[in-house]
Ligand binder design. Sequence first.
Ligand code: DSN
Length: 415
Amino acid sequence: MDCKKTDDAVWKAVDLEAARQERQIELIASENHASREVIASMGTVLTNKYAEGYPGRRYYGGCEHVDTVEELARKRAIELFGSERANAQPHSGTQANMGALMALCKPGDKVLGMTLDHGGHLSHGHPKNFSGVFYEFHGYGVEEGSERIDMDRVREKALEVRPQVLLAGASAYSRPLDFAAFAAIAKEVGAYLMVDMAHIAGLVAGGAHASPVPHADVVTMTTHKTLRGPRGGLIVCGADWIKQINSAIFPGGQGGPLMHVIAAKAVALREAASPEFGAYARQVVENAKTLADGLSERGLRIVSGGTDNHLMMVDVTAVGLTGADAEDALHRVDITVNKNLIPYDKQPPMKASGIRIGTAAVTTRGFGVPEMKRLATWIADVLAAPTDEAVAKRVGAEVVELTSTHRIYPETQSV
Ligand code: DSN
């Protein structure tokens, strides 16, 4: 059956999205371009199969082949991250976090995590998210001058709050996380250490960021950011936690696992174990540093003065813009970023004073240091003259010229 003929409405939008991704420069720090094999494994008959339970202990018959797939995903996660156990079923990072918190503590317990306005995540205690509804979240942030996490301050806060769970991990923080220091604090205050490494999972896999696995009780992640797999979640932990984690994911927070997505996770985890992926992870970081340096040289302020990972926060107030203005101006020239609060922001979240820029996706499509230098110039030119049509026209043309010579999926026909 040719789906493209029978459901033109859907496929037209899919094709347009494919063309958008090819044409634009994707700098959203939480996005990436999964391999053809990862994408193909999601479009399989595995989507038809119910498999509540875990390999060898299912509530449905006919699970022998999906068992193989889930065993592969778990084994590859364990090998890649050096953990004792893994759960590949979380549908998303937030559901992985829900499972981890359900396993580590009970509703009403205290959790200490990074606040959203300083770079934390919605599922680290936002009042409208399950985390903020069911747990008593307390927050730590970055220091006003350095815009970095000060572990002495985290310790002070932990001693004051005495949380059941200390949560490390961020969505908008460009500096290394000191997992050994987090673990020492957790030990001192009698808390469990949970790490959400969603953003940096690919860097950890590729050896470009220290691993939290030796230090944390439970580590959650998403598989679609720097790890470059399908959209989904994953948990790794020690043998002493797997029973509680498994039960918290199913039946605790989810029903049937998405077996086609678990297949894609297995494929992505194999890819991430390759030497090429290690080179990719290092290039992501080098690209981010190059871009941050280039933007700094043009007068844009980088939060904390730079980056050591895949992302940077750019304070655009120095050029008289809000984050929303900057996002719109860059969108007009086919450069995609997202507005983001910066620490101690005075703007509301829908305006924000910053933009967040990440290099995971552009590195996948083969951009290196020379392309990062061009990109810094384009971004700075556009933000210096956001309404100048001549600048937009010139930069837009140069962007399309570059993306057309760095196709993501070269074998695909453009629309
Ligand atoms: N919303 C994602 C991000 O953009 O960082 C995290 O889940």
